[in-house]
Design a protein around this ligand. Structure first.
Ligand SMILES: [Zn+2]
Length: 495
């Protein structure tokens, strides 16, 4: 969760323009040549339109995800991307490569040549050739026009409108819990598109001098991540790029073909250079947007903390933080009240809850850990969850008003009421000292010694910040083998 921008007008403009653009495109549907296959196909979008749409979506993507603050690393990624793009089927597109400040493992493409990788994926790539393979794969989605076609499908299905609305909290009071975060930005591709992009990724990497076999190695890593499947509800590569393990077999033939077409070529991996580049990048949550520690949520910039019920799954989105009871429809949701309306906290709470379709059963002004608050019990209805009982607090901190709403379906509510109420009442300000103590975890490098196991490294060198299995997968190993003595490894350390 981050400080809300002062205005959302850009999004509103975008929504309107999106509708106009789609209607206009459909009217102009025409035949065009696919740059990769050379075949004629129906195209709803000219190249100029594709670039225009990409440019508009890029503004949203950068604002929603944030650009990772490391200029040298941005330039490194852009340089690799530009070299690959020059050897692609569409070298003349205005290509852009951006490292976004997202902990999930992902990479994605927007029409017109806008490519993104997350800092989360960098921690799981083993060398520069794997990074080139990932960028090449995403370039493939653009050159083969998968991205443009997926965008057209999404807008025809009405999903394009959601893209605007997910950035306008007022449009969906408590958010659509099924659609937290960035879901709609990620275009969905079919299996055929994925295989074609794997193939194009290997081809572009090979042509540019990187080992095309790196594509299959990273797909193997993705397969291992999927088996562990400890994703925290944030859309990642696995939800947008299906079946990595099956794709490994399919790509082998292509890798062999690329390699035999250039016999004697030197394939670069640049492992050491890559490891030095990612040494020190943030791993997991960035404290600038609040950080989840156990069942606590701490926001050092906004200077507050909240405790969620123990062992609930916490998702830290840009607009809200949501904790969910595992396997049950019970939630605690935290968000900033946009433009609070009313002179007193009572008026603000009353209007905000009524606008969200909630009816107050009981409530009154109070203080929560010394802060002016309004605490109430409510009934309401929320999208696919249906009828809910809720306990909600509106809390004033300076000029900001926070809403913590804890809710469950009526049959479940009595069982969780005490936990929900405790969570709502746990909101408190952080002292300057506590805020300064909240530091991110970072990737660091470590050379394995004789006798080291993933378990021992995770505990001793990593301070227990990540599990042994995660450490193995991050370093291109199966979870059941062990590091070799002298091997350079990525580990995760606290500050
Ligand atoms: Zn893909």
């Amino acid at each position: 969760m981050r400080e809300p921008p002062s205005t959302f007008s850009v999004s509103s403009v975008f929504v309107v323009k999106g509708v106009v653009a789609v209607v206009w495109c459909l009217a102009l549907a025409a035949c065009a040549t696919n740059p990769v296959t050379g075949k004629r196909e129906i195209s709803f979008m000219s190249e100029a339109q594709e670039i225009q749409i990409g440019r508009e979506l890029d503004v949203e993507a950068q604002r929603e995800m944030g650009v990772y603050d490391d200029r040298a690393l941005q330039e490194y990624i852009d340089d690799i991307g530009q070299r690959l793009a020059r050897n692609s089927h569409r070298p003349n597109l205005p290509w852009h490569f951006t490292l976004v400040d997202v902990p999930a493992i992902n990479a994605f493409a927007l029409p017109g040549g806008y490519i993104y990788v997350t800092r989360g994926i960098l921690a799981y790539l083993d060398d520069e050739a794997e990074l080139a393979g990932v960028l090449g794969h995403e370039i493939g989605h653009v050159t083969a026009r998968h991205a443009a076609q997926a965008y057209t499908r999404a807008t025809e299905a009405g999903l394009g409108l959601l893209l605007g609305s997910i950035f306008v909290p007022a449009v969906r009071p408590f958010g659509d819990l099924a659609q937290t975060g960035l879901g709609v930005l990620f275009l969905k591709y079919g299996r055929g598109d994925e295989l074609e992009s794997d193939r194009l990724g290997a081809e572009y990497a090979g042509k540019t001098g990187w080992d095309p076999a790196a594509v299959s190695e990273f797909l193997t890593t993705l397969g291992r991540v999927q088996e562990l499947s400890d994703s925290r509800g944030v859309p990642n590569w696995l939800s947008t790029h299906p079946e990595p393990e099956n794709r490994v077999q399919e790509i082998q033939a292509m890798v062999t073909q690329v390699k035999t077409s250039s016999p004697g070529a030197q394939w670069s991996r640049n492992r050491e250079a890559y490891l030095n580049r990612v040494d020190g990048i943030i791993f997991g949550d960035n404290p600038r947007e609040g950080i989840v520690r156990g069942n606590s949520f701490l926001h050092p910039d906004l200077r507050f903390a909240l405790e969620f019920p123990k062992d609930w799954d916490v998702t830290n989105g840009k607009e809200e933080v949501i904790a969910k009871m595992p396997g049950q429809e019970a939630y605690v949701l935290l968000q900033v009240v946009e433009r609070p309306q009313g002179r007193t906290i009572e008026e603000i709470a009353d209007r905000n809850m009524r606008q969200s379709g909630f009816r107050e059963i009981s409530g009154g002004p109070t203080t929560i850990n010394g802060l002016t608050a309004y605490l109430g019990s409510y009934q309401g209805s929320l999208g696919r969850i249906g009828r809910v009982m809720a306990r909600a607090a509106h809390i004033q901190v300076g000029r900001a008003v926070y809403l913590i709403v804890a809710f469950a379906q009526p049959p479940l509510y009595p069982q969780v009421e005490a936990e929900l109420a405790a969570s709502v009442r746990s909101f408190r300000e952080l002292s300057r000292g506590e805020a300064d103590d909240v530091r991110p975890n970072r990737v660091a490098l470590y050379t394995a010694r004789a006798g080291d196991t993933w378990q021992s490294i995770a505990q001793r060198q990593g301070g227990g910040n990540v599990r042994a299995t995660t450490l193995a997968i991050m370093n291109n190993h199966a979870v059941d083998d062990q590091p070799q003595t002298g091997e350079r490894l990525k580990i995760v350390v606290g500050e």
